[in-house]
Design a protein around this ligand. Structure first.
Ligand SMILES: [Zn+2]
Length: 501
């Protein structure tokens, strides 16, 4: 007790300093979460307490270096507070794309930079931090004999224990995600891509491939595949649509499944070797290519996407973690067909699809299955609520694809649409939820094909094969080889055995 008394000033200082950090920085990461019932509020309360306790640990250790702390703290704190302002007001996601925008001074495109409130908030943060530094300078030099030192060491250890227990649980929140984002920004692209040296050509002349890359959609929740609920009220009315319900992948999260789908990498290959980008091959066969995505790009597949001639990312400053993320229909606003283009073309539409938090993925008109989730903490939710919310995202997908098909019908080009989800989703099987875990449900993504009337007329043999293959088992390897086959690619070896055509 005597010791505590001696260090009273220091303890009070760090208590108030952490309150300051909480108000200006940390709380912003919690403010948009739907809390729902009391149990969920308590869980997030504990979560926040652990986060702030770990922040205290790092800040305290830094404060042992008095001069460095006096300079570094106000600077870092003010920068973090300005990021937090956009999280508070717009729920933007702090990741590499926002760091890139700031460093390349394109930040004004993303956020309302010059608002009066923003400057007031940042100025207030700066003044408060300088006031605290003034108090800090008057403190007796911190020492490792202080009980706070032991607490700080415990706090830092707790950070690593919690992160080890569940990856990203703290790192995805401010202030940590700011440092993670900078690290990601400077990181190099992970996949090695082979350069095309062959003289590739295509014997097609008027082909338009639309590849829709879905997210977290499991095959068995589509009524097209026999699901009892009507999750495909619109698509089931369409002609020329075939569902492949036996597609498999052992790669159950976006960062590893997408690079495999978009290259000649097999699901069994390791990442170390170099692969061909699907788009580079089509590009050298004189296809035009465009990517319209509603997900910010991860390092593992950024280079593949950038091998498209045109890349548009919708709402790139909101990630799956944001509750204000743009919905997928925005992609269709940007998707324009060019009838006059006398060339083959591939358009890839990358959806945010059915990624958790499900309610953020659809608008009110699609809230058909109720009750839905009212909290982000799954421990406070019933499986009925979770499945209802998930199935509502599928109604939205049904509407999305149906709109797209109606648009494609207007074209005179030979048009083929392939929809493939990057992986499935677990909805309570074996007590598991979501994806990135091995489970039958996460390894069976949904896949659909739709073709235009003139595609059917020009490729009767391929349509016949498509229909007879629809119940066969394929891995997601099929995509690369199937697209090269319908493109009638010459001078590049692909595996016809893996093609659905
Ligand atoms: Zn995914």
């Amino acid at each position: 007790m005597g010791k505590i008394k001696v260090y009273k000033k220091e303890i009070l200082f760090h208590l108030f300093l952490n309150l300051l950090i909480a108000v200006f920085v940390s709380i912003s990461s919690y403010i948009h979460i739907p809390f729902g019932p009391l149990k969920s509020v308590l869980v997030y309360g504990v979560h926040f307490f652990i986060l702030q306790f770990s922040v205290f640990g790092f800040v305290y250790i830094l404060s042992l270096f008095k001069n460095i702390f006096s300079v570094v703290f106000p600077l870092v704190f003010t920068v973090l507070a300005s990021l937090a302002f956009w999280v508070y007001t717009q729920d933007i996601t702090i990741e590499a794309s926002i760091i890139q925008a700031i460093l390349e001074t394109k930040i004004d495109i993303a956020v309302d930079v010059f608002s009066f409130q923003f400057f007031l908030f940042v100025l207030l943060a700066l003044c408060c931090s300088l006031f605290f530094i003034k108090k800090f300078r008057k403190l007796k030099k911190n020492s490792i004999k202080s009980p706070l030192f032991i607490a700080a060491v415990l706090a830092i250890i707790s950070f690593f224990i919690v992160e080890n227990y569940r990856f990203g649980v703290l790192k995805r929140k401010l202030p940590y995600n700011a440092f993670v984002a900078i690290k990601k920004y400077v990181e190099k692209s992970k996949i090695k891509l082979k350069v095309i040296e062959e003289n590739i050509s295509s014997s097609k002349e008027n082909l338009h491939i639309i590849f829709v890359l879905g997210e977290s959609v499991r095959a068995d929740h589509l009524s097209l595949n026999g699901y009892a609920r009507k999750t495909n009220p619109l698509l089931s009315q369409q002609q020329n649509i075939i569902s492949f319900k036996n597609i498999e992948t052992p790669l159950t999260y976006t960062a590893i499944s997408v690079p495999q789908i978009l290259t000649n990498k097999s699901v069994l290959d390791s990442v170390g070797t170099a692969f061909y980008s699907l788009f580079s091959i089509l590009d050298s066969a004189s296809f035009s290519s465009e990517w319209i995505g509603n997900q910010s790009l991860e390092k593992s597949y950024e280079a593949i996407v950038n091998s498209n001639q045109k890349v548009t990312i919708v709402d790139k400053f909101h990630s799956v973690l944001s509750f204000k993320k743009e919905k997928d229909l925005k992609i269709l606003d940007l998707f324009k067909q060019d009838e006059n283009m006398a060339k083959n073309k591939i358009s890839t539409l990358h959806m945010i699809g059915s990624h958790w938090y499900y309610n953020s993925r659809y608008s009110k008109d699609f809230e058909i299955f109720t009750p839905t989730t009212n909290s982000k903490y799954i421990g406070s939710l019933s499986s009925e609520q979770l499945i209802n919310s998930y199935d509502n995202t599928l109604l939205y997908l049904d509407f999305f694809l149906n709109n797209l098909i109606e648009e494609l019908k207007k074209s005179s080009k030979e048009t083929i649409l392939i929809y493939l989800s990057d992986h499935g989703e677990i909805l309570g099987e074996n007590g598991q939820w979501f994806h990135a875990q091995q489970n039958k449900a996460s390894e069976n993504p949904a896949m659909l094909v739709w073709y235009s009337t003139n595609f059917k007329e020009n490729n009767p043999e391929k349509i016949k094969n498509l229909i007879s293959n629809k119940n066969k088992k394929y891995t997601t390897d099929f995509l690369f080889h199937s697209l090269l086959e319908i493109s009638e690619i010459k001078n590049f070896k692909y595996n016809k055995e893996l093609s659905i055509f």
